[in-house]
Design a protein around this ligand. Sequence first.
Ligand SMILES: Cc1ncc(COP(=O)(O)O)c(C=O)c1O
Length: 373
Amino acid sequence: MFRVRQNVLGINPYKPGKPTEELRRELGLEGEIVKLASNENPLGPPPRVMSALRAHVGEVHLYPDNSCYYLTQALAEHHGVDPDMVIVDRGSSGVIEMLAKLLVDPGDEVVYSDKSFLMYPLMAQTFAAAHRKVPLPPDYVIDLDGLLAAVSPRTKLVYLANPNNPTGTHNDAASLARFIEALPEEVVLALDEAYALFGEDLTPDYESGLKHLLGGRRNVFILRTFSKSHAMAGLRVGYGIGDPELVAQMHKVRAPFNVVSLAQEAALAALEDDDFVAQTLEVTREGMKRLHEGLRGLGFETVPSAANFILFPAGTAERAAALSDGLLRRGVIVRPMTAFGLPDHIRVTVGLDWQNEVFLEKLSLVLATEKAG
Ligand SMILES: Cc1ncc(COP(=O)(O)O)c(C=O)c1O
């Protein structure tokens, strides 16, 4: 009856990590549930964000500032760019969508790596682009030469997550520089740096691509988010930094009032909270070490990560599903990787010390049951 577009009919809807309350309801679990499934910040919201929300809650009868004026100014200053290079949206997912909406006509090509963020194929499919999905090599590091080789005269957009989700791996500064140098300048590179601060902290050879944009590569478009290092996933604020001409065009496809007023205030407060970010990075650094050690101690290999999560192979898809399920039943939510095309892998987000310990303890219990069975 409804004449939905053909390519939309073929879309697999985005499936997020299981929410805590859903698990409680489904399994009737009582007590603490540990959710390490969505790469959220385990510290909870920054105190300054809480204060900003309290201070501005009485203004929600008014429409938000459509231009995100103050936040745009603050972000521009923070990154040392002109305000007309910054655009804010409801999470970086929103910016990822805006780019596709702006650039992709049906039949154009969108290039991205396999085993990367699920929004990229979703956008390609939504806007009826031809997918050019480049295989992920066995070392889990995105194949930049493969991405370049997949670019054709029909390519409008390349999505690259650095660090990548769900692998946690990164492309080092020198390889990224060569890639950007070689990419045709009419192809926009959506360089998704959702985990950039973790990358900078955890890995000496990680570098943001912003310097290439500022150095004259006008096709480099940087994506950032407040969801991870600033612990604001529920408020939905992300932004892009790009060439002023591209940003001006993006405003045409941006939804009006796209960022709610409380989220704008919260982001302004979060941006000033260097201590909170430093604490986040410390917790992640320590937790990452513990999880690598703990998982290896339990007999798993782990993929080196420059983000706030770890991917590990479980051997087979059946085993990954059984282990995830066993953890769920014991109140620990991790992310099975079937939707990401890695059904034999599990991804776990770095939590607080006690959460990491609960995860490792419950995993060893699941393994003991596996052995006994
Ligand atoms: C690589 C990557 N990009 C973008 C996002 C989207 O983040 P948000 O829309 O919350 O800003 C995520 C979320 O998990 C991600 O992993």
